[in-house]
Design a protein around this ligand. Structure first.
Ligand SMILES: Cc1ncc(COP(=O)(O)O)c(C=O)c1O
Length: 394
C-alpha cells in the first residue's frame, strides 16, 4: 500500500505540524488509518542528552514531570507488591477505584462509587480507549489548538476526523468549539488546564458550552494538571458526572502531582453506564498491582501532595519574575509549566544552547508554535539554573 499524506482538518488554525510516515512493507495489507497518524514528538530523556553532549549534570524541564519525585510511601508500596510479580493482577484495581471514590466523596457532592472510576495505563492509554470507543467510521473530534497532540493522533488512529479550532489569547475557545459542532461530532476534548498554554476555562464558559452540546456528544475534560490550579473560577466538570450526565468524562493523571509518570497510571470518572461501555475498549490486565498499590499509597501521602503543590505555586511566581527581568513574554499558567512565546532568539538555537548547558526544555514546534518553548517548573535550584542560563544566552 502506498503512503497517504497526513492532514488534520483545520477549520481555523494553520499551525498544527503533521508528519508523513512511510513504510517499506509492500506485500502486506496495512491499516490506512495508522499510516495517517501524525508522529508524537516526545521530550528528550536525560540519558540521551548526557550521551549526546557528554554531560553528567542534566536537568529535565521538558515533560511536565514532578521535580520532587514520588512519595516514599508509593515507592515502598511498589517494591512490596513486586513480591507477587509472578501473579496476574488481582484485586488492587478495585481497591484503587474504591479508594478514589472515598477520596472524592470526602469533598462532598452526590456520592461516587468504584463503578464511576476506570484506571488506565496512563491517561494516554485512556485517550486511545476513548478514540477506539467513539471515533470509528470517520466520527469527528473537536479540540482547540494549541493543545495536547494525542487528541488528533488517536482520532486519526481509529479512522476519525480531528477538527481543530483556534485558541483565543492562548485560552481554549469554547465558543468556537460550540460553533464547530456538526452531526458528525462524537467527541469534544477540553484540556483544562491546557497543555501547553497552562490556561484554564471557567465554570461559566463550560456551562455556556454544555448548554449547546447535545447528549449524543461525549465531552472529555482532560484534567491532568488539575492539582496545580488556584483560580477560584476554574470549572468543575465533575459536577456533570455527579449529576448523572452520561456524556461527560473527567480524566485525572497520577503522572503529575503524584510523581508517578514512569509507572503509567491515570483514571477516568464517568457515570457507571459510560464506564461499563468503555471497558469494552480496555486491554485485560492493563495495569499491574505494583503500579496500582503505588497509586493508592500516593493518595495516602497528602503531605507530599501539598509539598509538590506549594513548590509549583511558589516557583511559578519566581519564574514569572525572572522571565520579566529578562524581557521574556510568558503566558500566566495554572499548571506545573509555563509557555514562553515570541522568543527573541531562534528557538532551535536557544534549545541547543540550553542543552549544551545541561538543561532540557520543550520547543513547541510539535505543538504548532515554532517561536515558543514550554518550561516545566522545577525545584528552586533548577529554576535558578534555567534563569541564569537564559540570561547568559540572551
Ligand atoms: C494534557 C495531558 N493529557 C494527558 C497526558 C498523559 O498523561 P499520562 O502520563 O497519564 O499518560 C499528558 C501528559 O503530559 C498531558 O499533558
Amino acid at each position: 500500500m502506498t503512503l497517504q499524506g497526513c492532514s488534520v482538518i483545520l477549520r481555523s488554525n494553520p499551525m498544527v505540524i503533521v508528519e508523513k510516515k512511510s513504510t517499506m512493507l509492500k506485500d502486506i495489507r496495512l491499516n490506512s488509518h495508522l499510516l495517517t497518524v501524525p508522529a508524537y514528538i516526545g521530550g528528550k530523556p536525560i540519558e540521551q542528552v548526557q550521551e549526546d553532549y557528554g554531560l553528567t549534570d542534566v536537568i529535565k524541564l521538558g515533560s511536565n514531570e514532578n521535580s520532587l519525585g514520588p512519595s516514599p510511601l508509593a515507592v515502598a508500596a511498589f517494591q512490596d507488591a513486586l513480591q507477587n510479580a509472578h501473579r496476574y493482577p488481582g484485586i488492587a484495581d478495585k481497591h484503587l477505584r474504591q479508594k478514589l471514590a472515598t477520596c472524592f466523596n470526602a469533598a462532598g457532592g452526590a456520592p461516587l462509587s468504584d463503578a464511576n472510576f476506570m484506571t488506565a495505563n496512563g491517561l494516554s492509554d485512556f485517550l486511545r480507549q476513548l478514540a477506539h470507543a467513539f471515533l470509528f467510521d470517520g466520527g469527528e473530534s473537536i479540540y482547540c489548538n494549541p493543545t495536547f497532540p494525542l487528541y488528533p493522533i488517536f482520532t486519526k488512529m481509529f479512522g476519525g476526523t480531528p477538527v481543530a479550532v483556534l485558541h483565543r489569547d492562548f485560552r481554549y475557545n469554547l465558543a468556537a468549539m460550540g460553533d464547530a459542532i456538526t452531526e458528525r461530532t462524537r467527541v469534544m476534548f477540553i484540556c483544562n488546564p491546557n497543555n501547553p498554554t497552562g490556561t484554564t476555562v471557567t465554570r461559566a464558559e463550560v456551562e455556556t458550552l454544555m448548554a449547546r452540546v447535545p447528549p449524543s456528544i461525549v465531552v472529555v475534560f482532560d484534567e491532568s494538571y488539575y492539582d496545580f490550579v488556584d483560580d477560584p473560577a476554574y470549572s468543575n466538570a465533575l459536577d456533570y458526572v455527579r449529576a448523572g450526565q452520561d456524556n461527560v468524562i473527567v480524566l485525572r493523571s497520577f503522572s503529575k502531582v503524584y510523581g508517578l509518570a514512569n509507572l503509567r497510571i491515570g483514571y477516568a470518572i464517568a457515570t457507571a453506564p459510560m464506564i461499563e461501555y468503555l471497558q469494552h475498549a480496555q486491554i485485560v490486565f492493563n495495569t499491574g498491582d505494583p503500579v496500582l498499590r503505588a497509586a493508592m499509597a500516593a493518595l495516602d501521602d497528602t503531605a507530599h501532595v501539598q509539598r509538590v503543590r506549594r513548590l509549583v505555586q511558589t516557583e511559578r511566581e519566581y519564574l514569572y519574575r525572572g522571565f520579566e527581568e529578562l524581557g521574556l513574554t510568558c503566558v500566566p499558567s495554572q499548571a506545573n509549566f509555563i509557555l514562553l512565546t515570541q522568543l527573541p532568539r531562534d528557538v532551535k538555537t536557544l534549545d541547543r544552547e540550553l542543552l549544551t548547558r545541561g538543561i532540557i526544555v520543550r520547543p513547541m514546534g510539535g505543538f504548532g508554535m515554532p517561536d515558543a518553548i514550554r518550561v516545566t517548573i522545577g525545584t528552586h535550584p533548577e529554576n535558578e539554573r534555567l534563569l541564569n542560563a537564559l540570561k547568559e544566552i540572551l
